[in-house]
Design a protein. Sequence first.
Length: 95
Amino acid sequence: MPRCRAARRRAKESWIASAPALGLPGYGNGDPTPHACPIRVVHGWRDGVVPVVNAIDYCQSHGLSLQLVGDDHRLGESMEEILRQFHWLLATMRE
């Protein structure tokens, strides 16, 4: 997995982004600079709201971990995966 290249590394901060509105006009900053580390982005292959390519490009450009799941924008079928990512982040915060 790529390492976080956050502009500032803050101790004990992490973030899970679930189907973030990346690169969408009218939704504020479509390319926010990540400041927390680590960051995990979970995005559905069948997302009809935010194109999957937006999440792929964003994560590649910022060196972030991307978990693509077989789900839509609501990620309703992916709660177990999101929970696994959450537990992973809790474990990294204890280190």
